[in-house]
Design a protein around this ligand. Structure first.
Ligand code: GDP
Length: 241
């Protein structure tokens, strides 16, 4: 529990906490963050994770994913100084996956080639390839609900399943909430190894915290053109040239 009301903490914040009773502590201080990944709704920040180095956005062919949500997540990650990865799940749904790949083509051209996996029916070692991409990073896993993020977590962390069930039972038992992010560690702990932060499903991703300059810079494919506008304060909307 944080002391005071204004301070917000996020998953992977490193804090100093003082025990105040059985199973309870008060956060006294927090270390500076290397990154902060967050969305914002009407200028109110909704923290997703601190100190993460990478964002993986999970999409799938069915149900259909929202391209704009993907674009927003990628822009937020760029502006936060984090690497990004698109994971196209449910590759076992073959015709649908071909269509999804076509929809992801503009992202691939911008430098985000999707990693194609099936969390349910892994074939050809794609899950191992994903694990490889996660190694050495602290990765925030985001996506709309239904994309198969929970199934993917189970495929990536079979050993974590039992613990997850225990925590879920505990959370379901009382006033605790399951709407928070959860950290899974790969080998070696947080500093030495890798970790994945599983976030609740998202339906939107507000970028009210980014001004128009940051927004333009957040879209990689747009960068080569930014300095070529006729007006230095161009908003890239209706200005000539
Ligand atoms: P979440 O809301 O993103 O956590 O999604 P879930 O992991 O709960 O999965 C949503 C549905 O998609 C479930 O019925 C899963 O069984 C299914 N699903 C997840 N991964 C795959 C996959 O690789 N292939 C197929 N065909 N279905 C999947």
């Amino acid at each position: 529990m944080p002391r005071g009301r204004q301070v917000q903490y996020a998953c992977v914040d490193r804090v100093t906490a003082v025990p105040t009773g059985p199973g309870e502590a008060v956060i006294e201080a927090a270390d500076p963050r290397s990154t902060l990944f967050f969305r914002s709704v009407a200028h109110r920040a909704k923290l997703v994770a601190a100190n993460a180095s990478q964002v993986a956005v999970v999409v799938a062919a069915d149900p259909s994913f929202n391209d704009e949500l993907v674009a927003r997540v990628l822009a937020a990650a760029e502006c936060a100084g984090m690497r990004s990865l698109i994971v196209l799940n449910k590759s076992d749904l073959e015709p649908e996956t071909i269509q999804a790949l076509a929809r992801l083509e503009p992202f691939a051209r911008a430098g985000y080639p999707p990693l194609v996996v099936s969390a349910l029916r892994d074939a050809g070692g794609a899950i191992e390839d994903l694990r490889e991409q996660l190694r050495g990073d602290t990765t925030v896993l985001v996506g709309q609900s239904g994309m198969g993020k929970s199934t993917l977590i189970n495929a990536l962390f079979p050993e974590a399943n039992a613990a997850t069930r225990e925590i879920s039972t505990f959370l379901a038992s009382g006033k605790h909430t399951t709407t928070h992010a959860r950290l899974y560690r790969l080998e070696g702990g947080l500093d030495a190894g890798s970790a994945v932060i599983d976030c609740p499903g998202l339906q939107d991703f507000g970028l009210a915290h980014l001004d128009w300059r940051q927004l333009a810079a957040g879209f990689r494919e747009f960068r080569p053109f930014i300095d070529r506008c006729r007006f230095p304060d161009c908003r890239h909307q209706s200005e000539p040239g």
